[in-house]
Design a protein. Sequence first.
Length: 93
Amino acid sequence: MLTWRFSRSLWKLNACLGLTVPPEKLTPEEAVEILREYWTDRFVLNSDMSSAPSDPLSVPRTVQRMKMEGFSRSDIRRVSDGNIRDLLKISPI
């Protein structure tokens, strides 16, 4: 889990943090708790589609949980799309 000291160090580096939501490791509810505590400015939601157990719907499930928890549309868009586009310098279609 992130600590304030660690997250503050990453914040100073302007780092972008991937928030992976795989089965049996991090639930959408836990991801929402992290986003609520540490902001949405630098996080990118992802599902980690690999040979390990994975859920291709973990990002949409987390987005739905964010909606239920009252996150703004701009915060949801930021972590599910905007931050990664900014990082990779990809313009919206």
